[in-house]
Design a protein around this ligand. Sequence first.
Ligand code: UDP
Length: 359
Amino acid sequence: MKIVTIIGARPQFVKAAMVSKAVKEYNEKHNERVSEIIVHTGQHFDANMSDVFFNQMNIPKPEYDLGINSLGHGAMTGQMLEKIEKVLLEEEPNWVLVYGDTNSTIAGALAAKKLHIKVAHVEAGLRSFNNKMPEEINRVLTDRISDILFCPTETAVNNLRKEGSENVNYKVIKTGDIMLDAANVYKQYASKPKGVSDGKFILSTIHRAENTDSKEKLTAIFSALSKITSKEKVVLPLHPRTKSFIEKYGIQLDASIEIIEPVGYLEMIWLLSNCSMVITDSGGVQKEAYFFKKPCITIREETEWTELVEAGVNFLTGSNESLIVNTYNELKSKQLDFDTMLYGDGETRKLILNELISY
Ligand code: UDP
């Protein structure tokens, strides 16, 4: 069986690393080989946004590196579609595997479907119900044309049900969350990043377009972080797009926020294990905060991971400065319950691979 995996952005490397691990483990045990061809679209290309994940997480070297980046949505998705189609005509795989909600996801799914190649979507069924997010468009369309939808949560399965999944010719499977596999596998290798001083800290990451694309919102977020860092140090690995918007808007960063370069996965796992709280607008980091039993303030108006909010461990503040600061103040002394298993048992990679083999 041959799988072509399409990836291009940081969160996809973390997830795909786990399926590649399952493929490797399967091939070691069985005579029948599963071959996986990795296509890197090039969406994230900096060494610290891409190579570091391939190195640290043993992701096989991409067979194809399409080098498509720094373009608007239309040009980027269009070029990906064209180049992925060529790869698929050459490789003739049984499956195309796509992850999450980026332009690489929709381009991979669309190229494959038009060639009548089966598509499996990992992290299917998530909805923010905010059609202004490019990610929402990518997810909805990818789900609709995929053959197997691997859903991380019951909420995701229910979202699809509400869209009439029983009338659509795809298979919906609840698998648990593949990022839990990654956290469990790699937590023993956590490594302290350079540039982080000793002592208690809050971990923050900010990169969503809805925040970075607005001067007002980004200014309010960094103003809230300044107030918080005067009480407890904030460590913030700065995403390149956020960095360029901070420069563009001329936002003055508080010198006591510890801004560091984006870190590798092992360093991120260290930060997550050792922080007291997480403040983020990342999808993946919200869940990782939960895996590592840390309260999370989410700098968004809504989240796809609603079970975290319902469990009382994740708090949505949007970019409202005083709400962010007040939520931090309330959470400092609160004990939260992280004991429910919201995301499966950490063996999602095996379930996904077995399903692809037996379909
Ligand atoms: N991540 C990382 N280094 C960083 C920031 C994030 O390794 O400096 C990891 C993070 O732990 C998670 C993944 O990247 O596993 C999430 O990616 P991101 O926040 O970029 O995307 P999202 O999940 O919001 O789509």
